[in-house]
Design a protein around this ligand. Structure first.
Ligand code: SF4
Length: 390
């Protein structure tokens, strides 16, 4: 595949890994956070960890949009679908995220709620056009990457006078989450992982550009290297981070120049600003309530705000006690440190959100890395056959 294979070249990957090993100071412990779930997935899938020196650690961050969705927002959606008999539409991964008491949108659908998977918000708007007698609600999730398409359909619904369509907005913002991680790491009672730098988001940065990260480099002295999702992108970004740390620099660098520029997509930003405004506060799974960390629909588009239209109110709900998703999303634990990883909690039966989406840390580790946790014991006494010697 042209333009993909080049970024998965094994020989080149080994060369970059050799440079990382050569330049990493053996006396220093490097700790970098990959904020984005797409990077977590790529790191697990392509075995990037195996190419890194033992004193360099990658820490999963809270950048999986499905993972950070709190239980209370799912409960709201389930209640809306069951009590108001709306057609509730959302992305596939969202359907299986655990809600209160083991419930989920999928289970609510089995109990009779009209919940449908869509590939885009435009599909939800089309459903509203096809069913003028029904209320259709799009349950919108995601970071800055998926926000512009939601803004586009709200504006389209307003222009076209579609009266039976609304959006339950759960769009969250990347920079406040990075700040929460850094503030938690520097607080007296440390609540998040201590890190030296970030592998910066790819798709989010296409929309918002690289400039919003400059304050983290400046104020917190943490380097950020924006990277694409291919294995060579990630390795190159790690090499760039190692170099910044070694040289005492804290800058925003852009490895993903084929898609990201300093200012991002200005048209998408203008559209988001036209339709959305900052929420005062929003609860994140794992990070708690963060001020100005999410978006809500502006009053000018209030007719399309499902929370307003149906009088919905948020109620915070604690995560399952056995689940370590919160600690994983804060970067202080790894999937294998959860007692129910791979036993009670699997992709087929997720107990926590990190096991649902392929971008979740637990799902990525379950799919690509769980056997690494099992020590291999060679049986020296085993008889060797002719075939084995060949
Ligand atoms: S294994 Fe399951 S319950 Fe445990 S942290 Fe991961 S998603 Fe949460």
């Amino acid at each position: 595949m042209k333009h993909i294979d080049e970024f998965r070249d094994g020989a080149l990957a080994r060369q970059i890994a050799a440079r990382i090993a050569a330049e990493a100071d053996p006396g220093h412990a490097y700790r970098f956070m990959e904020f984005c779930g797409g990077h977590t997935h790529a790191i697990s899938r392509y075995g990037v960890i195996d190419l890194l020196p033992p004193n360099l650690r990658l820490i999963h961050g809270p950048g999986c949009p499905v993972c950070v969705l709190p239980i209370g927002r799912l409960d709201m959606a389930i209640d809306l679908a069951l009590s108001q008999r709306v057609i509730l539409c959302t992305y596939g991964d969202t359907l299986r995220v655990p809600a209160s008491e083991g419930d989920s949108l999928t289970r609510a659908k089995a109990r009779g709620a009209d919940i449908r998977m869509v590939y885009s918000p435009a599909d939800a708007l089309e459903l509203a056009r096809q069913h003028p007698e029904r209320e259709v609600v799009f349950f919108a999730i995601g970071f800055e990457t998926t926000t512009p398409p939601t803004a586009l359909v709200i504006d389209a619904a307003a222009r076209q006078g579609v009266r039976n369509f609304s959006v339950m907005c759960n769009h969250v913002l990347t920079p406040p989450a990075i700040r929460a991680i850094l503030d938690g790491a520097s607080a007296a009672e440390r609540t998040t992982a201590e890190i030296e730098g970030f592998v910066g988001p790819a798709h989010v940065s296409i929309v918002i550009g690289s400039e919003p990260y400059a304050r983290f480099a400046r104020e917190y002295r943490k380097p950020v290297v924006i990277a694409g999702f291919e294995p060579l992108d990630v390795l190159q970004a790690i090499l760039m981070l190692v170099r910044q740390v070694n040289e005492g620099r804290a800058e925003v660098e852009n490895e993903f120049t084929r898609a990201v520029n300093p200012t991002g997509n200005l048209r998408a930003q203008a559209l988001m600003d036209q339709v959305f405004e900052l929420r005062d506060a929003f609860e994140w799974r794992g990070l708690g309530s963060l001020a100005h960390s999410a978006l809500q629909i502006r009053p000018a588009y209030r007719a399309f705000d499902a929370e307003h239209r149906f009088g919905l109110h948020y109620r915070s709900v604690a995560d399952n006690k056995a689940c370590e998703c919160g600690a994983i999303l804060r970067g202080v634990k790894e999937p294998r440190e959860c007692k129910i990883f791979g036993t009670v909690c699997t992709p087929e039966n997720p107990i926590g959100s990190c096991m649902v989406s392929s971008e979740g840390a637990c799902a990525a580790h379950y799919t690509y890395g769980r056997f690494r946790d099992i020590p291999i014991v060679a049986n020296a006494a085993a008889p060797q056959t002719e075939g084995a010697l060949a």
